[in-house]
Design a protein around this ligand. Structure first.
Ligand SMILES: C[S@@+](CC[C@H](N)C(=O)[O-])C[C@H]1O[C@@H](n2cnc3c(N)ncnc32)[C@H](O)[C@@H]1O
Length: 268
């Protein structure tokens, strides 16, 4: 069991890193937008809630050259991985990691200027309480930026899109049971937590050939992870078709990366 979890953390960490690399232009668009929203007073103390491997932390530290970040996550392996990446990038002195489970309470982080929460709110048991605590931790005028997606990226070209959709339909149903807040409308929740929602932006990402260098690996790792969860649920013919496709998938030149991310900017 421990081994299984270790492997799982490792493969998830790799996918999160690849997500940040392949969707670099999306992340850069979001942080440029955040810069515009905070132009009157650039944020100095940043808090990344459910930081994972630090994709958002690093994008923000690059955008805000004077800022420092607290990367908060419940997973020690994710945070160790993040620390390694921070050292590689020469950013170690500007990042502090904090292991905490947000479902058990709000850790002492002090006052912050910006809270970032990417693909993490839907994991929480009581997101409304955590948002209220994030509101209290922000300085007046501070900004919370929340990003969520409607589903994992799609990679396969048109001729195989039906198969990919069938796989996702199974995983979506399962996820709806495990993560009831996935796909929530976060605008009203942010308002209930005391925020003024300034904007909600939909980023429709559709990358086609030529893709960023690591896109093939991202597709391969993501589809294999998806495949892993489909034994005994997807029909045998579709499973066989998927297995055949997965062989050498990363080298295909007709892959795409399609995903929709919704980002809310909310002010205290
Ligand atoms: C899908 S990952 C997103 C990581 C990163 N924000 C990104 O966009 O790449 C969700 C992260 O939230 C963390 N997380 C989930 N529940 C949490 C909780 N109750 N307290 C703290 N972190 C949590 C997980 O450990 C994981 O690293």
């Amino acid at each position: 069991m421990a081994n299984h979890h270790h492997h799982d953390d490792h493969s998830l960490a790799e996918i999160l890193d690849l997500d940040g690399e392949v969707l670099h232009s999306y992340l850069s668009d979001v942080t440029a937008w955040v810069r515009d929203l905070t132009a009157d007073r650039p944020p100095h103390r940043l808090l990344d809630l459910g930081s994972g491997t630090g994709t958002g932390t690093f994008a923000l530290l690059e955008r805000f050259g004077d800022a420092e970040a607290i990367a908060l996550d419940q997973s020690e392996p994710m945070l160790r991985h993040l620390e390694g990446r921070a050292r590689e990038r020469g950013l170690a002195s500007r990042v502090r990691t904090l292991q905490a489970d947000l479902d058990t309470g709000w850790p002492p982080v002090g006052e912050v200027d910006l809270v970032w929460a990417s693909a993490s709110l839907h994991h929480l048991a009581e997101p409304g309480r955590v948002l209220a605590e994030a509101h209290a931790a922000l300085r007046p005028g501070g900004l919370l930026v929340a990003a969520e997606t409607a589903g994992f990226p799609r990679f396969l070209p048109q001729e195989h899109a039906g198969l990919e959709e069938r796989c996702h339909a199974i995983l979506d149903r399962r996820r709806a049971e495990a993560l009831p807040h996935f796909g929530d409308d976060w605008g009203p929740r942010l308002a209930s937590a005391g925020f003024t929602v300034e904007a909600e932006r939909v980023f429709d990402v559709r990358l086609t050939h030529p893709l960023p260098a690591s896109a093939g690996r991202y597709a391969e790792r993501s589809l294999r992870r998806m495949r892993h969860g489909l034994d005994g649920t997807l029909d045998a013919a579709s499973l066989a078709a998927l297995d055949a496709l997965l062989d050498g998938i990363g080298e295909r030149d007709d892959l795409e990366v399609r995903t929709t991310r919704t980002v809310w900017a909310a002010r205290r």
